[in-house]
Ligand binder design. Structure first.
Ligand SMILES: NC(=O)c1ccc[n+]([C@@H]2O[C@H](COP(=O)([O-])OP(=O)(O)OC[C@H]3O[C@@H](n4cnc5c(N)ncnc54)[C@H](OP(=O)(O)O)[C@@H]3O)[C@@H](O)[C@H]2O)c1
Length: 228
């Protein structure tokens, strides 16, 4: 039998817009308590929170997060644990891309993508993992599964994350770990071109419930769910 998400506490990073917003709405319909992070779009995050309450979430917290800032990550764990005590499901969704060929990216752009997409997510998992009861679901990219024209720096961060999740799943067999890899998706990041972000959200929810079974640290390819 699958995991009942009602009353579970779910932390979704980057829930102000895009895929993270849709993930938050899906968990709200399932009756989960939510901690939603935003970086620059606080007003949008508050709107998402309000929508989530209306859809059935019993408790919604919004909090700022800058994944490139260690203090921000530490502050988030304090805020979330103060309010909820623990997290059942952590969804690592927040991420960035610089749409430039590798040699057109300066060192700062290379560093910031690694700091946000890879280092920041690893540090966030580091601080939260002892308080995560059930699952860590990380949003990767089909660029790590299939040849693509995705910029190399971004690709490197997502490959790194995918390997990290696999190794961590072996090290921590008591918790569920999975990577969900979106194909091009119609959000700000991809110039609103591609599959509906709600499709990704539905698959994330099905991984959370166990409806989609994933081996420890395994991969879910959104190309396999294009018609969800
Ligand atoms: N869209 C695609 O085609 C696609 C394909 C494959 C994988 N993905 C992955 O899917 C995930 C969601 O992407 P999306 O398409 O929904 O992108 P998006 O619409 O640009 O949303 C990105 C989210 O990440 C947050 N964020 C940005 N910089 C941050 C930082 N420094 N610290 C913490 N949070 C930060 C943003 O917060 P604010 O808006 O509040 O600033 C926003 O909520 C990412 O991991 C992305 O790599 C996307």
């Amino acid at each position: 039998m699958g995991t009942d998400l009602a009353g579970r506490t779910v932390l979704v990073t980057g829930a102000s817009i895009g895929i993270g917003r849709e993930i938050a709405l899906r968990f709200a319909v399932a009756g989960s308590r939510l901690a939603l992070t935003y970086f620059e779009h606080r007003a949008q995050a508050e709107e998402v929170a309000e929508l989530c309450r209306g859809l059935g979430s019993p408790e919604v917290l919004t909090a700022s997060l800058q994944l490139a800032d260690d203090d921000s990550i530490r502050m988030l764990v304090e805020t979330v644990i103060d309010r909820f005590g623990a997290v059942d499901i952590l969804v690592n969704n927040a991420g960035v891309v610089v749409w430039q060929p590798f040699l057109a990216q300066d060192f700062g752009e290379i560093e910031s993508q690694i700091a946000i997409n890879l280092e920041g997510v690893m540090k966030l998992i580091w601080v939260f993992l002892p308080m995560v009861n059930d699952a860590v679901i990380t949003i990767g990219s089909t660029a790590t599964l299939h040849q693509s024209r995705t910029p190399p720096t971004y690709c490197a961060t997502k490959w790194g994350l995918r390997g990290f999740v696999k190794a961590l799943a072996i090290e921590r067999p008591g918790k569920r770990f999975a990577s969900v890899h979106p194909a091009p998706t119609a959000t700000r990041m991809n110039d609103m071109q591609g599959m509906s972000p709600d499709r990704v959200a539905e698959v994330v929810l099905r991984v959370a419930t166990g409806d989609i079974e994933v081996e420890p640290g395994g991969d879910v390819d959104m190309r396999d769910y294009a018609d969800v």
